[in-house]
Each structure stands twice: as structure tokens, then as C-alpha cells.
Design a protein. Structure first.
Length: 318
């Protein structure tokens, strides 16, 4: 059956690249990009349909779904961990009311599928930190994490109760060179590259030895699309797949960058985001994703760093 995919939050770090990738695969006119207010890049704007609406407005969301005959919704709209601690009620409002609107519309209109990403932010200080299992303690300390746990439970509820096909994966920190991330605790792992190339120095808001799970954008896009394409009957999990690619500390990332930019220096001035990072795992066990839909990452720290520097040099040093 023909797919008409609506990407909500298509101007953000992941949404913008996912839009371009999905248009390549499914055709420009079959992927509708949308956002609340931030204008899109030329590439996103010109490659297919684009709509402005607020996901908290169910009527507006419904009108866009009707206009294009949407069959799949991908919900990339979220207030992330650090931004969510500055405005917890906004994080609740957008993350939860946006999601319930999407799930309800998809149920009413008998859509084929909803993809709702989750995050390593669902874990908390009581979660086993190393090789964090698929099934484990979910007691996050951030509002973002709370909304993501609730989102996973809600997604699985819609699968069980209404037979709606809802899927989701727990993204680690995502590293990319097209669109900057905004409001996350893992954002340092992108900012460090911009600063290394432009100024050869970076002040990190996390401590040198803070290990976090991370993933390069090509793997993130692949994980997202592979999960969406997976055979539903083979899935035992639905809204909460652990996915893993690499784990590193700011110190290890800086050392890897120094292999390419010898005079790069880093200093550490931890802020409120340190406590968030300290509540998250070091590394993730993603065997359920590997077994149920064949997940396998391609980029490790060395390959990601090399590719990031090559691409950002082209972009920043014109
Ligand atoms: N990158 C996100 C954050 O830092 C984690 O999902 O909030």
C-alpha cells in the first residue's frame, strides 16, 4: 500500500535529515514535513510538501493528515532533556499532548503506523549503568525522561488496546553535521566539532570522564527506517527498543579529534547538565533490536570523528 508519511518536527536535528532520506526512498511528494515555527532549510522546503502547525492542536494536525491522506506519522517533535529542565511544563505539554493527539488521530483514521522515538533519558540513577538491559528500572529524574517513559507505555498501550502499529527506539546522543541539536545533554558531542574546526578550543559542560551512549546520524537514520520497515509480526517489543552504536567520554572524543586537529584543546566547566548525564547509562544492550529487526550500527568513534571533521570542514571553512 502506498505510504504518505507525515514527519512532525521536521526542522530539528534528526527530523531534517530524516525528511531528506525518506524523500529519497519514498518520493518527495509522499513525505510531508512539518514544524511549529522554525523555518526549514531550502532542501527540506523545496523537496516536497511542507506545513506549519502546532502538534498540540489536534484539529490542525487532523487537517494536514486529511489534506495529504497521511498513512504514517513520525513524531520528532520534543523538548529535550536540558531545555525540559528549564521549562518542565512546556516539555510535558509538547511531548505528551502532542503524542496523544498523534496516537488518537492515527487510531481514528486507522493509519498504518506511528513512529515515536524514545531516548536513553528513560533511564535513571537506579538503572544498571553498564550494558543497560532492554527490560530494566525506568525511574528518570528529568521531565524529558518522564515524558519518554510515559510515551513508551502509551505507545505499547495503543498497540495492545487498539491494534495500532506503534514503534519506537531509545535514541542515544545523536551526532551530526547538518542541523545542530537543541536543548539536549549530549549536544556537547556536536558543538565540540564546530569549535574544534573554527576555534581549535572547546569548553565542555560535562566532566572529562562522563561516559554516554552515542550514535552517528547515518546509523540513526538507518535504525529509524529499518524499524519502520520491520515485519510487525516479528516484533516482541514495540515502543522501547534499546539501540546502541558507541559510548565515549568527552576526554576520549577530544583525544580522537586531536588525531585530526593537533593543536585542539579542551577544558571542562560542568554545569547543571552534569547531573542529567550522571543519571544516564554508560552503555546499552541492544540485543532485542538486533534479534527482532536486524539492527547493526556501522560507525564507531574513529569512523564518526573522521567523517564529521571532513564534512564540517567543507561546510565551515569555505
Ligand atoms: N540527546 C538527548 C538529550 O540529550 C537524549 O535523548 O536530551
Amino acid at each position: 500500500m502506498k505510504k504518505k508519511i507525515l514527519i512532525v518536527g521536521a526542522v530539528g536535528q534528526i527530523g531534517s535529515e530524516l525528511t531528506l532520506k525518506m524523500r529519497e526512498i519514498y518520493g518527495g511528494s509522499n513525505v510531508i514535513a512539518s514544524t511549529r515555527k522554525t523555518p526549514p532549510s531550502e532542501a527540506v522546503l523545496n523537496g516536497g510538501p511542507f506545513e506549519y502547525f502546532d502538534v498540540r492542536d489536534r484539529a490542525a494536525l487532523g487537517a494536514v493528515c486529511d489534506k495529504y491522506g497521511v498513512t504514517h506519522i513520525v513524531n520528532m517533535a520534543a523538548i529535550l532533556s536540558a531545555a525540559g529542565e528549564k521549562d518542565p511544563l512546556l516539555a510535558w505539554d509538547i511531548n505528551m499532548n502532542g503524542l496523544i493527539n498523534i496516537l488518537e488521530l492515527a487510531r481514528e483514521k486507522k493509519m498504518q503506523q506511528v513512529l515515536v522515538p524514545s531516548s536513553i533519558a528513560v533511564f535513571g540513577p537506579e538503572t544498571p549503568r553498564e550494558n543497560t538491559p532492554q527490560e530494566t528500572v525506568l525511574r528518570p529524574t528529568t521531565m524529558y525522561g518522564i515524558t519518554k517513559v510515559a510515551g513508551e507505555l502509551l505507545g505499547d498501550y495503543y498497540v495492545r488496546k487498539f491494534g495500532l502499529d506503534v514503534r519506537g527506539l531509545r535514541y542515544p546522543g545523536i551526532i551530526s553535521h547538518e542541523t545542530l541539536p537543541g536543548g539536549g545533554t549530549t549536544d556537547y558531542a556536536v558543538a565540540i566539532f564546530y569549535e574544534a574546526i573554527q576555534n581549535k578550543r572547546y569548553t565542555c559542560f560535562l566532566k572529562e570522564n562522563t561516559r554516554l551512549p552515542m550514535m552517528y546520524m547515518p546509523d540513526c537514520l538507518k535504525a529509524t527506517i529499518d524499524l519502520m520497515e520491520a515485519d510487525f509480526s516479528k516484533l516482541k517489543h514495540h515502543s522501547d527498543f534499546n539501540v546502541s552504536a558507541m559510548s565515549f567520554t568527552p576526554g576520549e572524543l577530544a583525544a580522537e579529534i586531536k588525531k585530526h586537529i593537533r593543536d585542539f584543546t579542551i577544558e571542562y566547566q560542568p554545569d547543571f547538565r552534569q547531573a542529567i548525564a550522571d543519571s544516564w547509562p554508560d552503555s546499552i544492550d541492544d540485543s532485542a533490536a538486533r534479534e527482532e529487526w536486524g539492527w547493526k550500527p556501522s560507525y564507531d568513534l574513529a569512523a564518526m570523528t573522521k567523517d564529521m571533521i571532513e564534512n564540517l570542514k567543507k561546510k565551515l571553512l569555505k
